[in-house]
Design a protein around this ligand. Structure first.
Ligand code: DP6
Length: 420
């Protein structure tokens, strides 16, 4: 197998998360994770939201092990096992001349792996950590094992970890084609355009405070498929048309069409949740207030300035047509959802802080001095909801997975293969 007795070979990669603008909700095959409709997403800039994963192999490892955010977790679940099996079966010969390591294709079946993964955002915030996580696991293992498949073929493996993960194999705007085959080989992600195609877009995420434990996407969509009469109509009649229109809107950078489709699709996804028995509520009062604020503003401008979309939780993802609009949006959001009086503005707005500067906000006094948005009628009392948003993340469309080659960026110790 190897020339030297004891060695550790490792690879580190970084993978973004993504947010769907045409939603995936419902499976036709639970174990292969095959969806009932196509979906489209935008990849978020990994500088603000990403997963970093280091994978290592060594003849000294006794079993496969994984650490998530520093804590050891079990790899016995079916989704991990499916991804590991699929990627191992595609491994090739690997040679590292400098280290004097040679691994033959057949050796991979008997070698064990150590995996350490870290999210640069709180896992509990409900920001699609499984999408970035499984995409990064599959991508880094593919590089370690010299898998020859391209990212679309890798996406079909990541899909078996979590459906939405397949869309994190690319930057920019990505389509997950549902496919027809029973074995899932044609249920893959493809890039529609890269992150440079529509780089004026600014994305603001309102992480909404919530006390409620939400229904997981996996069980929520199962219950929807079993009980909602509306979801079939959505998958068969509505989404196929919307996907065509959305692709066109993205390619031609038609913001009004993009915003209309994004908001309608988010609202229909939440409508099928409500049509599930018992009904599933992902949005809360804060989510609804954010929708009203955006709808009112869009209407007063005569053409949409901002699109909103919500996944399986109350957090709002707001897409502004450009930086100027993003600054005006942030002013409105801070007017309605100011931080707690003792909060630090620096941790209330995270990510790309230049949007805060564009909005002319330097400290809490500037937030307090914000005037009510002009679209609010004088006779309606303006309400403020301090503390209902935990924090905001300012970001933009971003790139796909990359390898990190600096050893200092690895999460495992190169000598022991254990977490640093
Ligand atoms: C609402 O990919 O988390 O975010 O495939 O069961 O792991 P599993 O579900 P998951 O579902 C994501 C649902 C969604 C919409 C979307 O991302 O398209």
């Amino acid at each position: 197998m190897a020339e030297k007795k004891s060695w550790v070979l490792m690879v580190t990669a970084q993978t973004p998360t993504n947010i769907a603008v045409i939603k995936y909700w419902g499976k036709r095959d639970e174990s292969l994770i095959l969806p009932i409709n196509d979906s489209i997403s935008v990849t978020l800039d990994p500088s603000h939201l990403c997963t970093t994963t280091t994978v290592a192999v060594s003849p000294g490892f006794t079993h496969d092990r994984m650490w998530l955010n520093g804590k050891e977790i079990s790899l016995s679940g079916g989704r991990y096992q499916n991804c590991l099996r699929e990627i191992r079966s595609r491994a090739s010969d690997v040679e590292d001349e400098k280290k004097g390591i040679k691994i033959a294709k057949k050796d991979w079946e008997n070698l064990h792996l150590h995996i350490a993964s870290y999210n640069n955002f709180p896992t509990a915030a409900g920001l699609a950590s499984s999408a970035a996580g499984f995409a990064c696991l599959v991508y880094s293992l593919a590089k370690l094992m010299n898998v020859k498949e391209d990212n679309s073929q890798l996406s079909a493996i990541a899909r078996q970890g979590s459906g939405s993960a397949c869309r994190s194999l690319y930057g920019g705007f990505v389509k997950w084609i549902m496919g027809k085959d029973d074995n899932g080989s044609d249920s893959i992600a493809v890039q529609l355009v890269d992150e440079k195609h529509w780089d004026e877009l600014v994305i603001l995420i309102a992480v909404v405070s919530s006390r409620q434990k939400e229904t997981s996407s996996t069980s929520g969509m199962r219950e929807t498929v079993e009980t909602s009469p509306l979801v079939l109509h959505r998958a068969k009649e509505v989404v196929p048309k919307r996907v065509v229109e959305m692709e066109e809107a993205i390619k031609s950078r038609n913001f009004p069409a993009f915003a209309r489709l994004t908001c309608s699709d988010s609202n229909q996804f939440h409508a099928v949740c409500l049509d599930t028995s018992p009904p599933i509520f992902y949005m809360n009062d804060t989510s609804h207030r954010i929708i009203s604020c955006v709808e009112k503003w869009n209407r007063s401008e005569g053409t949409p300035q901002v699109a909103y979309t919500f996944d399986a939780g109350p957090n709002a993802v707001l897409i502004a047509r450009n930086r100027k609009v993003a600054a005006l949006l942030l002013q409105r959001l801070l007017f309605h959802f100011p931080p707690q009086s003792d909060a630090d503005l620096n941790s209330y707005i995270v990510g790309d802080k230049s949007v805060l500067m564009d909005a002319g906000i330097q400290d809490l006094k500037d937030v307090e001095a914000l005037p009510p948005p002009p679209e609010i009628k004088d006779n309606v009392p303006t309400q403020k909801f301090k503390g209902d948003v935990s924090y905001f993340i300012c970001t933009r469309p971003g790139r796909g997975p990359v390898l990190l080659t600096e050893e200092s960026q690895a999460l495992l110790n190169p000598e022991t293969g254990l977490p640093k």
